[in-house]
Design a protein around this ligand. Structure first.
Ligand code: 13P
Ligand code: SF4
Length: 349
């Protein structure tokens, strides 16, 4: 086995040898050991935009999770190939909206609501769900454009089916003035709406999915911070529950969290409710500020963390050897419809 230093030396050399043929993308939740080699970093929206803009790299190594690599594959040309250094790097939230369940749900919902619904899917979803969304005239959203896209969807139809994260859907619709009682959760297991409301009052149907990392932040944590550090500002990702977002001072995408803290005055203090690698990096980059995790157990995203130095090295070696491994390739029929939902989003933001 190689030492960390040896792996780093090899990766540096492989990057140099492959030159412009190679492009490494890194999501903000990636480990420092991986992020140091990324040619571009960003939140989900930025990474989608960067993939779409890159026309020259033959090999795109995606350090992030499966749905992000699928998105990059669909937004790049057919000559560009996208790889995920570890196939086990999935996203448990994306897996909560299964395409078969979704196709079963749609006619049941149509019986209740007729032709009044438009689907919106968080990019944290499989290509098949994005294709379903595109087929019915809907679009993708990310945590940094959700408000914009929910407004757009309401300009098209009376009701939104929001997949797969109930929390991002609820937080966004609530901030746009939709009362909580006008939102209903769709349970894909019972195939029923969890509501006492009559259908005509329902404006947003929330798929019953969530992020297990962000469910690790609770109102007890925000209360503890308020007691212990009354000066501290609390900022969280909108994948946290409505109660946590309401108890926090601010909420936004990973990019928004990074920018907000970077622009905050020296000496200010912050509790952050998002994935551990990003929180640790922000802490390191701002020694002049007092920053802690909203949950002292930090909350890692286990699947994001599967991408590490050995997997990155293995991926680059396979490319250099002319036998690239772990290519992510969305079949063209799915990609055509999924692209329409991605493009409806990218055109607007
Ligand atoms: P961002 O788009 O805010 O980077 O979020 C992606 C994600 O997976 C959050 O859990
Ligand atoms: Fe998926 Fe949550 Fe991990 Fe983001 S943090 S990749 S939503 S499991």
């Amino acid at each position: 086995t190689l030492s960390q230093e040896e792996m780093e030396t090899r990766i540096t050399k492989l990057k140099k040898d492959l030159g412009k043929k190679l492009f490494i993308l890194g999501h903000h939740y990636q480990k420092d050991e991986v992020i140091q080699f990324a040619d571009a970093t960003g939140d989900s929206l930025q990474l989608a935009q960067i993939s779409a803009a890159n026309k020259e790299a033959e090999h795109i190594v995606f350090c992030g999770v499966h749905f992000m690599a699928e998105t990059a594959d669909m937004l790049t040309t057919s000559e560009q190939h996208v790889y995920l250094p570890d196939m086990r790097a999935g996203c448990s939230m994306a897996d909560m909206a299964d395409i078969y369940q979704t196709e079963q749900a749609w006619p049941i919902l149509q019986q209740l609501f007729g032709d009044t619904m438009i689907p919106l899917t968080y990019v944290n979803s499989t290509a098949a769900i994005k294709a379903f969304t595109g087929r019915y005239g809907g679009a993708c959203v990310t945590s940094s454009n959700a408000k914009e896209m929910v407004k757009w969807a309401f300009s098209k139809k009376q009701r939104i089916l929001f997949l797969p994260d109930q929390h991002l859907g609820r937080n966004t619709a609530f901030e746009l003035g939709v009362p909580l009682e006008n939102m209903a959760v769709w349970n894909p297991h019972t195939q029923k709406l969890e509501t006492q409301q009559s259908p005509e009052n329902i404006q947003v149907i929330l798929w019953k999915g969530h992020c297990s990392v962000h469910e690790g932040f609770t109102v007890q944590h925000t209360e503890m911070i308020r007691q212990t550090y009354p000066e501290m500002r609390i900022i969280v990702h909108p994948e946290c529950s409505r109660e946590v977002v309401a108890a926090a001072d601010d909420a936004g995408s990973t990019k928004y969290i990074i920018d907000t803290i970077s622009n905050a005055p020296s000496g200010s203090s912050w509790a952050i409710g998002t994935e551990m690698n990003l929180v640790r990096r922000i802490i390191q980059q701002h020694p002049d500020k007092h920053i802690i995790s909203l949950n002292e157990n930090f909350c890692p995203c286990l699947t994001m963390n599967r991408i590490d130095l050995p997997h990155l090295l293995w991926s680059l070696e396979s490319i250099a050897d002319g036998q690239p491994q772990n290519r992510i390739q969305v079949d063209e029929n799915t990609a055509i419809e999924a692209r329409s939902s991605l493009e409806r989003m990218l055109k607007r933001v």
